[in-house]
Design a binder for this molecule. Sequence first.
Ligand code: SF4
Length: 341
Amino acid sequence: MKNIKDYNLEELKQEMQEIGEKPFRAEQIFKWIYQEKVKTFDEMTNLSLELRKKLEEKYTLCNYNIQRKQESKDGTIKYLFDVLDGNAIETVLMRYHHGNSICVSSQIGCKMGCKFCASTGINFIRSLTSGEIVEQIIAVEQDTGEKISNVVFMGIGEPFDNYDNVVNAIKIINHPKGLNIGARHISISTSGLVPKIYQLAEENIQCTLSISLHATDNEKRSSMMPVNDAYPIEELMKACKDYIKKTNRRISFEYALAKDNNDNLEDAKQLVKLLKGMLCHVNLIPINKIENGKYDKSSNENIMKFRDYLNDHGIVATIRRELGSDIDAACGQLRRKELRD
Ligand code: SF4
């Protein structure tokens, strides 16, 4: 059965025509799904009974069941949702003073194998459809009754390894008749799939691009992120510069600090050299120790020295606030043991 949330508005208009309905029905359905957040076709009361029955027979609304919900002392909530085929995905709600932010997964498992990430080793099962990505936001809004104002693609999976579905999900999330979340409040984080950075630069989407950088030389970066063997730093930087030139958008570079690995002042110096003159921001992430992981967290003193060095040398850098680490919901902690094989 088709998931009706997989369609963006234009596609749903076409789909309605294909089943013999007027295109404006798509707008009505969109309103029920994304603004009223109904869970059944039966609740779409301005559609005829006959149409509601037809929709019921042809489509699913892909509602998720909450398999587990853990709430942190700081208000962060980690959800484990059952998707319809018996697999499960994780989604995290973070509460900031500027609004609610949601970290969505884009795949079930991940192929990238970053060494500092607890998702490493999760058997890659499949990519999520656009509707399955969007449903994470709807399900959290339904559960909490709170509005989500920011979406980050930083959960399990490499978003650019599921490019088409992620871009389509963004169209639904961003559309004024969809979830109506501004593109500037949507971030996609990639481990560095270079061809997709060039592709995103051509799309007319004003979202924020985040690059997981974590090291400034190929040897170190490859030891942390095998994707660097395929797309080394020089190629990655070339693609980033092209992206900035075409979009005039600032890139956010993620840099996870691991003790005695990439957190000394020489690393900071190299980072300044690499990013000098680029329209960018550096997001420093105190690495979260994972079970059997080889990296330890940097000391607070080192993290602050690293940040100050960057700021003093013309690179805007901030330290990411840690949320949800007591429930393993912090960055890089979404993990295998929570998921069904
Ligand atoms: S950091 Fe992201 S891309 Fe790397 S293994 Fe983890 S989920 Fe995959």
